[in-house]
Design a protein around this ligand. Structure first.
Ligand code: ZN
Length: 225
């Protein structure tokens, strides 16, 4: 059995190595997890002893073929729980991440499969993140583009929003922005503000660049403009 902390480490390494496409430095990791570097190093060594990660001092850490499926299983639990909580237990999408972070370590893969079945095997969680299948396949994001990459006049569909900031999530949903919403870019400024006109609302919403840069988008196929 793995402890919840070990599982959290494997999950975090998975995310970070996905972002950088290379070994994760323990310093990067310490910053991301908000823990001291010596405790990161000692945990990473324990995970390496059990063959979940490869670790080389000064080079960093990467998941092994044993570690990857464990990380993906936890991510599957997390995202299915988020979906279940919003869809069946009427949680607000801003509240589900923390709840799922706690519960993800305590359900079996059979329980996760039952949730998936109940929900009709959803492909994405409420934030638009892909849910790994029971075989632990995970679909890559469609375009890799974000709101910050768009030109004025462009219309795009919101794909994924970051799941961990409740204030941001509340702000976005109050302004009509959730995954699958179609938005038109109405203004961008030299200091980074991006103003959007979401379909189905009468108001416009301005986002700072650091937010626009972490909201991914899909290009509309068959759009007339
Ligand atoms: Zn989450």
């Amino acid at each position: 059995m793995l402890s919840a902390i070990m599982e959290d480490y494997l999950k975090a390494i998975y995310y970070l190595q996905d972002e950088t496409d290379e070994r994760v430095r323990t310093s990067t990791f310490a910053e991301h997890m908000d823990v001291e570097q010596p405790s990161v190093t000692s945990m990473v060594k324990k995970l390496a002893e059990r063959d979940f990660v490869h670790y080389e001092p000064y080079k960093g850490v990467v998941l092994t073929d044993t570690g990857i499926p464990i990380a993906l299983e936890i991510i599957r639990h997390h995202r299915l729980l988020e979906r279940y909580l919003t869809e069946r237990l009427e949680y607000d999408w801003a509240e589900v991440h923390d709840e799922a972070d706690r519960l993800e370590h305590h359900i079996s893969s059979q329980f996760a499969d039952r949730i998936a079945e109940q929900l009709g095997n959803p492909a994405v969680d409420p934030h638009g993140d892909p849910i790994p299948t029971a075989d632990l396949d995970v679909s890559p994001p469609q375009s890799g583009e974000t709101l910050a990459d768009q030109q004025v006049g462009e219309k795009v569909r919101i794909e994924r929003v970051p799941d961990h900031d409740p204030d941001l999530l509340r702000y976005l949903s109050e302004h009509g922005i959730t995954p699958t919403t179609v938005v038109e870019i109405v203004e961008t400024t030299s200091f980074g503000m991006v103003t959007l006109d979401p379909d189905g609302t009468d108001e416009r919403v301005a986002l700072p660049e650091e937010v626009a840069r972490i909201i991914t988008t899909q290009t509309l196929t068959g759009a007339s403009n």
